[in-house]
Design a protein around this ligand. Structure first.
Ligand code: RTP
Length: 150
């Protein structure tokens, strides 16, 4: 049975601030499996496509400039409920409203520097994974599965 996948991206501020290891650690320790991982500079058209639903928002130009301002770490994480749980682990869009213990609640202050992206639905995840990983992701079996799932 195919497991749910989410597209998780450490934004340029998260990379520049050295939070890559901390963020990967949180998803790994939760029990999720890393199926795709790369660091990359983002072309403007890819950032615009990723956030196309927000293209009419006043903050859209600043958002695109932010995403292309430095390398991002693009990831695919897999596991039961990873889309919704990933969003909980990330915290509210506005870091000041994010609970302590969440990634944004522990590491961010402003909405325009909120460190990380996570897909907001299974459908968005499928679209985003196809967009960011056109080459596909890595197939492997998490041997620890029986110790994570009953
Ligand atoms: P993301 O897509 O990055 O995971 O964030 P999200 O679902 O929590 O929030 P969304 O509404 O999709 O917004 C996408 C990103 O746009 C920036 N933003 N800036 N200045 C503003 O009012 C504002 N609102 C949103 C944030 O970087 C947000 O993560």
């Amino acid at each position: 049975m195919a497991m749910e996948q989410s597209y998780i991206m450490i934004k340029p501020d998260g990379v520049q601030r050295g939070l890559v290891g901390e963020i990967i650690k949180r998803f790994e320790q939760r029990g999720y499996a890393l199926k795709g991982l790369k660091i990359m500079n983002v072309q403007r058209h890819l950032a615009e496509k990723h956030y196309e639903d927000l293209s009419s928002k006043p903050f859209f130009p600043a958002l695109v400039d932010y995403i292309i301002s430095g390398p991002v770490v693009a990831m695919v994480w897999e596991g039961k409920g990873v889309v919704a749980t990933g969003r909980k682990m990330i915290g509210a869009t506005n870091p000041l409203a994010s609970e302590p213990g969440t990634i944004r609640g522990d590491f961010a202050i402003e909405v325009g520097r909120n460190v990380i992206h996570g897909s907001d639905s299974v459908e968005s995840a499928q679209r985003e994974i196809a967009l960011w990983f056109p080459e596909g992701v890595t197939e492997w079996t998490q041997v620890a599965k029986p110790w994570i799932y009953e």
